[in-house]
Design a protein around this ligand. Sequence first.
Ligand SMILES: [Zn+2]
Length: 65
Amino acid sequence: MGKIKLCPKCGSKRIKILVPQTGIWTCMKCGYQGGVLIEDSKMERQINDAKKMDKLSKKLMKGRL
Ligand SMILES: [Zn+2]
């Protein structure tokens, strides 16, 4: 199993190396640029879980009002 590189901002796999010499990557989805990338497929699930939790908490907040 190879490591999957992901955007740390949106979790997208659609990333492209911008400057190979410096290791700067760019995300095709959200436009993130930087040298930090997530190299684990588990992380993508964690990002998705965080998004779900965020939606759920917003729902709960709405329900109270
Ligand atoms: Zn992104």
